[in-house]
Design a protein around this ligand. Structure first.
Ligand SMILES: *[C@@H]1O[C@H](CO)[C@@H](O)[C@H](O)[C@H]1NC(C)=O
Ligand SMILES: *[C@@H]1O[C@H](CO)[C@@H](O)[C@H](O)[C@H]1NC(C)=O
Ligand SMILES: *[C@@H]1O[C@H](CO)[C@@H](O)[C@H](O)[C@H]1NC(C)=O
Ligand SMILES: *[C@@H]1O[C@H](CO)[C@@H](O)[C@H](O)[C@H]1NC(C)=O
Ligand SMILES: *[C@@H]1O[C@H](CO)[C@@H](O)[C@H](O)[C@H]1NC(C)=O
Ligand SMILES: *[C@@H]1O[C@H](CO)[C@@H](O)[C@H](O)[C@H]1NC(C)=O
Length: 310
């Protein structure tokens, strides 16, 4: 017995009983099960309807099949629902609802096969609903990756790692002394990766704040970082102290080199016109040759030769 004729059997009873002759084919309406898929996601205590085809990953998700049957043609039918989530999960049940979660971001095709047995004798009716879902990772963190040192009047490029699925929309602003100015609006930037680079030149020393608000289609996150910006003077002090250390080192070397030494009873009293030569001998040892030209005696021979391992 084919599907149409058996549908007749079922439909004929009420029609015959009412004594009404139907001229059109009434059973054709029962060939499809009308309805739509609705997605819900639970975030904490809140439940959100997600009907844009975008879902957040790792979030409890509920999908329902809302049947459209105003004339209650299927009121006595028995249904079976087969949910193929597209990521390998297949769930079967008799209720028009499925609970699951996508564990990873990506694009999936969710297929629902709805089967209905209107009567014990009629053949099963089946329909397939298919929808594309884009699963995105919610924004979980915003981390400052560098630099760690900030100076006044220096072009600084700050890098932030934003953990979430792109594309994301970022609105950022810098606040001097962390004072929120009523008029301070944020600058909107689209982020197509996970690294946000902000270029800024700090105009004053002290504590500055950078406010960042990021959202993608499934989540939103706002955070603020405080940065300590120091004056360039500190840099100058550092250079000066380095210079002082270098000066002290060279003075020490000069003092060592010019120190009066006894050599065959005579003294090398002067250290003017000293020439430092560095020789590499055969054993790999380096020899520092202090070559003095004694102006007074007009000597051309080296007066002192010092060997040492470096
Ligand atoms: C339900 O059946 C009636 C006839 O009994 C038909 O006119 C109507 O279109 C059907 N509705 C649906 C949604 O199939
Ligand atoms: C969410 O539920 C927790 C208890 O589970 C409660 O403490 C909190 O106030 C609730 N938050 C909202 C926004 O209702
Ligand atoms: C519908 O009928 C078929 C046999 O025709 C059976 O395999 C299936 O389990 C039935 N489904 C329900 C929901 O009763
Ligand atoms: C998913 O599909 C959207 C368009 O619907 C596309 O922009 C995106 O790149 C796709 N994502 C992946 C991971 O393929
Ligand atoms: C700051 O440096 C970046 C490169 O690091 C450059 O793209 C940007 O134009 C510079 N801005 C200013 C104001 O010099
Ligand atoms: C900062 O500069 C880098 C180049 O160094 C550039 O790629 C980035 O887009 C800039 N950021 C902003 C917000 O202008």
């Amino acid at each position: 017995m084919d599907r149409k004729s058996s549908a007749w059997v079922w439909l004929l009873f009420p029609l015959v009983g009412a004594g009404v002759a139907e001229t059109t084919d009434p059973w054709t309406h029962l060939e499809s099960i009308a309805g739509r898929l609705v997605f819900y996601q639970m975030e904490g205590n809140a439940t959100r309807v997600r009907n844009t085809g975008e879902l957040a990953s790792r979030v409890p998700t509920k999908t329902t099949f809302e049947r459209f049957d105003p004339q209650k043609n299927f009121s006595t039918a028995k249904f079976t629902y087969t949910w193929d989530l597209g990521d390998g999960q297949v769930i079967r049940g008799r209720e028009p609802v499925v609970r699951y979660r996508y564990s990873a971001s990506g694009n999936y095709t969710l297929r629902l096969k709805v089967g209905a047995n209107v009567t014990t004798y009629s053949p099963a009716i089946a329909d397939v609903y298919s929808t594309e879902v884009q699963v995105l990772d919610a924004i979980k963190s915003i981390e400052l990756k560098g630099p760690s040192d900030y100076q006044v009047s220096k072009n600084t490029s700050l890098a932030f790692h934003v953990d979430g699925s792109p594309p994301m929309w970022v609105c950022w602003r810098f606040l001097t002394d962390c004072v929120a100015d009523e008029a301070a609006s944020c600058t909107l930037t689209a982020l197509y990766g996970n690294t946000l680079r902000l270029n800024h030149t700090f105009t004053a020393a002290g504590v500055h704040c950078v406010d960042i608000s990021v959202h993608n289609d499934v989540s939103r996150m706002q955070t603020s970082f405080s940065l300590y910006v120091r004056n360039n003077n500190t840099h100058l002090i550092f250079i000066l102290s380095c210079a002082a250390v270098l000066l002290a080192t060279f003075s020490f070397i000069a003092v060592i080199a010019c120190r009066p030494r006894h050599r065959h009873g005579s003294q090398v009293a002067t250290c003017s016109n000293a020439v430092f030569l560095k020789n590499q001998d055969a054993e790999g040892q380096s020899a520092i040759v202090f070559n003095f030209s004694d102006v007074a005696k007009g000597e051309k021979e080296p007066l002192l030769t010092q060997h040492g391992t470096q």
